[in-house]
Design a protein around this ligand. Structure first.
Ligand code: PMP
Length: 366
């Protein structure tokens, strides 16, 4: 029994636009193989974990004090990791790119303002918009899920967004938008352009990043996360690189001390061991490419992906397929265009478990 007066959500004076909404999130189920949230399946080594534990032990000695409000050491480490001549003044960091994106919309979106993105894309974007009272407009990608500058510029001319959001590689399709295209877009629009590069480290040419354009475009923001390639999803660290003025805008809207001392410490340890933390990226890229080929050979439609996940279909009843795979102990994701499912690359054992789980579906006629 829940203590306190009996009251339901329906009886509370909820903001009207929230009525009927469900909290966002993929199912967190206790199954042997979880391939549904694009995580890195490899935990840190004993050596890295011991280092994290030592740092946590050290910071608890002053945990009565607020953490570094500007997270300067962490921002400097992130700048060093990205390269391109960036310094801490170019870097903003928050609790996952979810919070980074919220800060961007709190600063540059808001009532009467519009954010534009290209669907199918990451399903949290409309939620960031709703939470910041920003109008959300989504324009379809081309049939092969790619984007070109003309399509984007035409959409900007039509919808006049304050913030343009381009995801590369795109979730859930894995489609990249080349830097040349981003460059042309930046030349032709004057709104804030956010390039969400959450999965950039998994691409064939990770250095081919919009970070290279930052020196030329003051309204460009390149967003990254430590949740994916860096194998730090539980640490909750997202960040972006941009002109220092863009960082200053986010400093206005963030809550003071938004990055806990322990988050800053753990992220810095992960960055200090970056080679080790990123060591499995090549293997995951390989698993992902191999599984794409395997699914194609099995006769399924597979969207070419440069990320650590794959969108595949089409199934007349994708929910039934999702359930059947889950019943075999493998959790994947019901997301993206009708009839498609998504899963991320895991360990070789996890990939084997998935292939076994999906095989009866493939073998069945129709
Ligand atoms: N952007 C994209 C495209 C994503 O797919 C995700 C996670 N699924 C995020 C941002 C957010 O990641 P996080 O908040 O863990 O940094």
């Amino acid at each position: 029994r829940i203590p306190g007066p009996a009251i339901t959500l329906d009886e509370l004076p909820l903001r009207p636009e929230l009525v009927g909404s469900q909290p966002y999130g993929a199912p967190q189920l206790d199954v042997p193989v979880r391939l549904n949230t694009n995580e890195n399946p490899y935990p840190p080594s004993a050596r890295v974990r011991a280092h994290m534990a030592r740092q946590i032990d050290q910071i608890t000695a002053s945990i009565n004090r607020y953490p570094d409000r500007e997270a300067l050491a962490l921002r400097a480490d992130l700048a060093a990791y990205l390269g391109f001549g960036l310094t801490s003044s170019n870097i903003w960091v928050a609790n996952g790119s979810n919070e980074v994106m919220t800060h961007i919309l709190q600063a540059f979106g808001g009532p009467g303002r519009t954010v534009l993105s290209f669907t199918p894309t990451y399903s949290m974007y409309p939620e960031y918009a709703r939470n910041t009272h920003t109008r959300y407009v989504a324009v379809p990608r081309r049939d092969d899920y790619t984007l070109d500058a003309d399509l984007v510029v035409a959409a900007v001319a039509e919808h006049r967004p304050d913030v343009l959001l381009i995801t590369t590689p795109n979730n859930p399709t894995g489609t990249i938008t080349p830097v040349k295209v981003i460059e042309e877009i930046c030349e032709r629009v004057d709104c804030i352009v956010v390039v969400d590069e959450a999965y950039q480290e998994f691409t064939e040419f990770p250095a081919d990043s919009s970070l290279a354009l930052l020196a030329r475009f003051g309204r460009l923001i390149v967003s990254r996360t430590m949740s994916k390639a860096f194998a730090l999803a539980g640490g909750r660290v997202g960040y972006f690189a941009a002109a220092p003025a863009v960082v200053d805008a986010c400093r206005i809207v963030r809550l003071p001390y938004h990055m806990s001392a322990q988050t800053q410490a753990i992220a810095r340890v992960a960055l200090a061991h970056r080679n080790e933390m990123l060591a499995q990226v090549d293997a995951l890229r390989q698993e992902c490419q191999e599984l794409q080929e395997w699914l194609r050979r099995a006769g399924l439609e597979v969207v070419p992906s440069q990320a650590n996940f794959i969108l595949f279909g089409r199934f007349a009843d994708r929910h039934a397929v999702w359930q059947e795979v889950l019943d075999a102990g493998v959790l994947i994701r019901e997301v993206g265009p009708e009839g498609f499912l998504r899963l991320n690359a895991g360990t070789p054992d996890e990939m084997r478990a998935f292939r076994e789980a999906i095989s009866p579906v493939i073998a069945r006629p129709g």
